[in-house]
Design a protein around this ligand. Structure first.
Ligand code: IPD
Length: 281
């Protein structure tokens, strides 16, 4: 169990650490980074990712010794994804949009969430390069630099701008489905956008900059904080097939409202069945 006073303290400490991490990103953005490849050949990691994650986990565990951690770089190092339990658990992406960071594309952020009983209680996402500090506490609303944010009120997908990341098409197994879904979006919306950071793009849905976002092949640290920020801004985040989102293996449709999310579920089902039918004929 964790009471409101402790949650307040958790938020205070997390905010301070995220602001510190933002300075590390600012200092590092224009330097030449030494990059390594994690697992698959396009998944980059820099010394900055590790430095930020180590600092965050060290400080948070000193302040809250009973809390658990799921951090992107620790999971990569140990090659083991811990189980999410009911214990207070911090889910951390030290740099979401590492490839952007390496290339100096200024959409990159730190994403920190605290879950209790598997529910996200605190979500913070910060892009120091654009000075965008997104935050949410459960039942308390979502904020950008302290000002409340709300999702778009567009209800018809034909009037929407949708973010999608097609990188999964690098894998031949996913190529046809990714292209088919992308084609469906191009035909049926105002347009598509691709930012290269899942956490920040979820915030763009929350602030009404895009109506929806679709991505698969990502991890808990890419979505945990953004899930709360979207929900507190009035939006919805579900599984691509239409059910509840599994935060540990997320396949994401995030949308400004239920109408848009359902229209996307239907659109993608149709796009996938087109691929299937082509394969059968
Ligand atoms: C990446 C970003 C990107 C998504 C990748 C993630 P990272 O996170 O969220 O948007 O397409 O799947 O790995 O590696 O930069 O923290």
């Amino acid at each position: 169990m964790i009471d409101m006073k402790e949650l307040d303290e958790c938020y205070r400490v997390a905010e301070e650490l995220v602001l510190y991490a933002g300075k590390v990103i600012e200092d590092g953005i224009n330097t030449k980074k030494s990059t390594k490849i994690k697992g698959i050949d396009w998944d980059l990691v820099t010394e900055y990712d590790r430095k930020i994650e180590d600092k965050l986990i060290k400080q948070l565990s000193a302040q809250f010794p009973s809390h658990k951690f799921i951090g992107e770089e620790t999971v990569a190092k140990e090659d083991r994804l811990p189980q999410l339990t009911n214990d207070p658990t911090w889910i951390i992406d030290p740099i979401d949009g590492t490839t952007n960071f390496v290339h100096r594309f200024p959409h990159t952020c730190i994403s920190v969430a605290l879950l209790v009983d598997k529910k996200v209680e605190i979500g913070i996402i910060y892009n120091p390069l654009m000075r965008q500090f997104f935050s949410a506490r459960r039942h308390c609303g979502a904020f950008l630099n302290g000002k409340p944010i709300k999702t778009s009120d567009v209800k018809d997908v034909s009037q929407s701008l949708v973010a999608m990341e097609p990188w999964l098409a690098k894998d031949p197994q996913h190529l046809a489905s990714v292209y088919s879904r992308m084609h469906a979006l191009i035909q049926n919306t105002h347009g598509i956008r691709s930012l290269g950071t899942a956490a920040l793009t979820l915030c763009y849905v929350a602030m009404g900059a895009v109506e929806a976002y679709h991505i698969e092949g990502i991890d808990a640290w890419d979505v945990a904080a953004g899930k709360l920020i979207i929900e507190e801004a009035g939006g919805i985040i579900i599984d691509t097939a239409g059910g509840e989102l599994d935060i540990m293996t997320p396949k994401v449709i995030a949308a400004c409202n239920q109408q848009i999310s359902q229209q996307l579920v239907d659109l993608f089902k149709k796009a996938d069945s087109n691929v299937l039918n082509k394969n059968l004929t």
